[in-house]
Design a protein around this ligand. Structure first.
Ligand SMILES: Cc1cc2nc3c(=O)[nH]c(=O)nc-3n(C[C@H](O)[C@H](O)[C@H](O)COP(=O)(O)O)c2cc1C
Length: 168
């Protein structure tokens, strides 16, 4: 059974996991579902709303799906075991263009509660988000050392209003 929690209850754990293996960013467009790993972004407040910022490079299959959708979910493995660490590494390096990562990793897409995008049943913590803004990184407004270090293949930042947050 799901337990509703406040958006910021696990903010420290989420921030920690971003830097230690990442989180699952789940998408759906039409009948196609996919998941990839993010290590940047996170939970913040904007326009008086709780927001999950998901930074997705334009080369990702996830980017293609998000451009056809207005929703995403984030599933967080808290204290991942070895098997979950392997799943993160796999989903963070293989593309959904080439395979069904849910099937390949034996992870379970569970229907979202308030959006049409699934969450990952093997994770304990979930955020369901509606995209209310997106913006591409603008190269000539970015610090040059960062530009040189991290790009080309710029991110789009997707601002997802957190509609609900729960543990299972
Ligand atoms: C720890 C980790 C963090 C990552 N963070 C991001 C990220 O923040 N943004 C991004 O676009 N890709 C990130 N990636 C890479 C994507 O998860 C990876 O390219 C994935 O295979 C894309 O899948 P897709 O083509 O199915 O969308 C990360 C990968 C790992 C392992």
């Amino acid at each position: 059974m799901a337990n509703d929690i406040k958006y910021d209850t696990f903010i420290q754990e989420v921030t920690h996991q971003l830097g230690h293996g990442g989180l699952f960013l789940n998408t759906k467009a039409g009948d196609t579902i996919n998941t990839m790993v993010i290590g940047w972004g996170g939970i913040t407040i904007f326009w008086g709303k709780p927001i999950f910022i998901a930074p997705v490079r334009q080369s990702r299959y996830t980017h293609e799906l998000l451009e056809k959708s207005s929703e995403f979910s984030v599933s967080v493995p808290l204290k991942p075991d070895e098997n979950m660490k392997k799943t993160l590494a796999f989903c963070g390096s293989k593309s959904g263009r080439d395979m069904d990562k849910f099937r390949k990793c034996n992870i379970t897409p569970v229907g979202g509660r308030s959006i049409d995008v699934p969450i990952i049943g093997e994770c304990p913590l979930h955020y369901e988000c509606k995209i209310i803004y997106k913006t591409d990184i603008v190269p000539n407004t970015l610090d040059k050392t960062i530009d040189d270090k991290w790009y080309p293949d710029y991110h789009t930042l997707y601002f997802g209003e957190i509609l609900n947050c729960y543990t299972i």
